[in-house]
Design a protein around this ligand. Structure first.
Ligand code: WT7
Length: 674
């Protein structure tokens, strides 16, 4: 019933309903004839959205046939799974993702540029054609095979963006291995944890990385990590710099092997539902979880959203500046753009290197048409003033995109007016590692429909958002807020958490049976648009990077003199959120400052530098309920300075703790401002 109501709402929001019929049929035909991005037909958004909500299996089946190249066709488009709300897609179909991303384009236009590697060193971009990328991928795939990597094996990729990193992902896809890209900013311990959890047989890395003019010791970190990873048989080491690094027995010089390898590699024919990759992300409890995406559904969803959310046209240069260590890099640097035969930019540098004009200099030099970035970078650049932007010609830009965290109005306006000169479409895109691709974004929409600043607004085709109240009931009507759920499955959604399907079910499908629960809250406006209001759990978002506060607490718990901690997110001007830690020390600890420094080092080495709390406040005790639960809500009130409005504190074990913490906070503030 609730699902029917949710669908009905999507259809109502599309009113006046567009008559299905010729338009839709023509659209489908066009897309299957071309087998590549075509234009959405007039009125198409409404018609497609309507069909996708009413008949998801039929809608996606048609698109999957037209958009992807299959070795053998699927017999069942969508098979609902258990628990309700899950599904498997395109059953019986076989295909190879690398063939879809490479071979099919090489046949038609081998010399089209697939990747532009904007290296850290300004003005040294490297162009890689589809033919060259296929060559690299095949050689890399053959090298992996030579060292025993087979279909189903797991391979960790610990590399910043580069053509070889993309080729590594595609090489895995070619031979049916499963990649697990680990962001190259993660510590050895984080890398090791991920390798052990997924049982990776090999790591692919660089000798060193280069970012913002600084060297990053990637190989050294891998060495440290694999000491504790018995599953690792080989480490493939590519050369990003000329510096020599220590090579051990299981280390293999990658390029050297690739020159010896054959440049042709027969693609493995994969089942639609075989694993394509896993990517670790943080939850509100426990260790990071390996989110699993499969072949066909993921690829189709990434490609389709890339095409329609950004209005990608053949020949455009697509500039998503995310790292491949995050889902944004997977879907909108690699799989979506390459499946669509696009030219995709790989941005290795930082927004401030060598100066705050870097993004816009790159836009001018590479003639970027779609520019997709995180609000944190926009907020940072905004502080340096408009001159850095205006210095460069941005007339190539057509679409701007924002991703990963809420974008505040000021940043949105600056991005729109200053960067986009008020003439580009700016889309705030909401999605998650688990959703595979963009789920809520202003485009596509009815032609010329307005975009409300700083709002994700509209569900993509086939996404049926619902808001839930505290009792697990669907909230009807507009101008309402609730927990954001999605009422029916879509092809891009995650299939499981690697090695822990029960956790997958518990985290995403238990709170609201039959619905995918996102962990975010949202507000549905009077017009029926969606505005994301932020996480409803203990997940925080630092510079667009997701982290569980529990992870930081667990790391700090390793300090022998720190029996207890509580970490919360607090609003940060540039980073969006920062981590604020409350810590309790053992009574006899004298060197408080030393302990604080040690805590920071522990967090950096156990997780990553970006996870280090900005503030560490020592308190005598934490606010706890009588049943022993830490009341984080109170701590949030303290640091956001809303202590006049503490809410209900009657369940506190000892209410006097509130004043104690407030006093400590006041002192800390006075000390840090003096
Ligand atoms: C979480 C997902 C989306 C890919 C990169 C991050 C937050 C994401 C938005 C947005 C407000 C957003 C949510 C979400 N988030 N996009 N446009 N507006 N919040 O993927 O690391 O899996 O994080 O990022 O809280 O749940 P992720």
């Amino acid at each position: 019933m609730a699902l029917a109501a949710a669908r009905a709402r999507v259809l109502r929001a599309l009113s006046p309903p567009h008559p299905l019929g010729q338009v839709l049929v023509a659209a489908r035909r066009r897309c299957s004839e071309a087998g590549a991005p075509g234009a959405l037909p007039p009125g198409g958004y409404r018609a497609w959205q309507e069909q996708a909500a009413r008949d998801p299996a039929g809608f996606w089946a048609d698109l999957a046939r037209g958009w992807l190249r299959w070795d053998s066709p699927f017999h069942t488009a969508c098979q609902p799974g258990r628990p309700a709300g899950t599904a498997r897609w395109f059953l019986g179909g076989r295909l190879n993702v690398s063939v879809n991303c490479l071979d099919q384009h090489v046949e038609k236009s081998p010399n089209r540029v697939a990747l532009i590697w904007e290296r850290d060193e300004p003005d040294t971009a490297v162009h890689v054609t589809y033919r060259e990328l296929l060559d690299l991928t095949c050689r890399l795939a053959n090298t992996l095979k030579k060292y025993g990597i087979q279909k189903g094996d797991k391979v960790a990729i610990y590399m910043p963006v580069s053509p070889l990193s993309v080729a590594s992902m595609l090489a895995c896809a070619r031979i049916g291995a499963v990649h697990s890209v680990v962001f190259a900013g993660f510590s050895a311990e984080s890398l090791a944890g991920r390798i052990v959890d997924s049982g990776c047989k090999a790591v692919i890395t660089y000798n060193q990385g280069v970012r913002g003019g600084r060297i990053i010791e990637l190989k050294r970190t891998v060495d440290e990590a694999v000491k504790n990873c018995p599953s690792i048989k080989h480490v493939f080491v590519a050369q990003r710099t000329d510096n020599k690094v220590q090579m051990g027995d299981c280390d293999i010089p990658l390029e050297e092997e690739m020159t010896k390898a054959a440049s042709v590699c027969t693609p493995e024919s994969m089942d639609s539902e075989d694993m394509l990759f896993m990517l670790y992300t943080s939850g509100s409890t426990g260790k990071p979880k390996g989110i699993v995406h499969t072949q066909a559904g993921y690829l189709l969803y990434a490609a389709l959203t890339h095409k329609y959310v950004f209005d990608y046209q053949q020949g455009d240069v697509f500039g998503c500046v995310a790292d491949i260590g995050w889902i944004t890099g997977h879907s909108y640097v690699v799989y979506g753009p390459l499946c669509n035969g696009a030219t995709s930019v790989l941005f290795e540098s930082t927004p401030l290197y060598p100066d705050p004009g870097r993004y816009w200099e790159v836009v001018q030099r590479l003639k970027i048409n779609q520019f997709y970035a995180a609000p944190t970078a926009i907020r940072l650049l905004l502080n340096y003033g408009e001159e850095w932007v205006k210095k460069y010609d941005r007339s190539s830009l057509k679409t701007l995109g924002s991703v990963g965290e809420p974008i505040n109005k000021e940043a949105w306006q600056w991005f729109y007016q200053v960067v986009g000169e008020g003439r580009c479409t700016l889309v705030d895109t909401w999605w998650q590692t688990e959703t595979g691709g963009i789920c809520i974004a202003p485009r596509p929409s009815e032609e010329k429909a307005e975009i409300v600043p700083a709002m994700a607004m509209r569900p993509f085709f086939g996404i049926v958002p619902v808001l839930m109240d505290e009792n697990g009931k669907v909230i009807e009507g507009n101008d309402v807020s609730g927990a954001l759920c999605i009422a029916q499955p879509w092809p891009g959604m995650a299939r499981t958490i690697y090695g822990d399907h029960q956790r997958f079910v518990d985290v995403y499908f238990r709170a609201y049976p039959g619905y995918y629960f996102t962990g975010d809250g949202a507000y549905r406006t009077k017009q029926g648009y969606y505005q994301i209001t932020g996480r409803t759990d203990d997940v925080i978002n630092i510079s667009g990077h997701r982290l569980g506060t529990a992870e930081i607490e667990d790391a700090m718990a390793d300090h022998p003199e720190v029996p207890e901690t509580a970490v919360i997110g607090y609003p940060h001007k540039i980073k969006g959120e920062g981590a604020f830690a409350f810590v309790v020390l053992k009574e006899q600890v004298a060197h408080v400052d030393r302990v604080k420094e040690e805590l920071k080092t522990i967090v950096a080495s156990k997780i990553a530098k970006y996870a280090v709390p900005d503030h560490i406040l020592v308190v005598k005790r934490l606010p706890k309920t009588r049943s022993g639960k830490i009341m984080r809500r109170l701590l949030r009130k303290v640091v956001t300075e809303q202590s006049n409005n503490m809410g209900d504190v009657t369940t506190l074990d000892d209410p006097s703790v509130v004043k104690e913490i407030l006093d400590a906070y006041q002192k800390y503030k006075e000390k840090s401002s003096s």
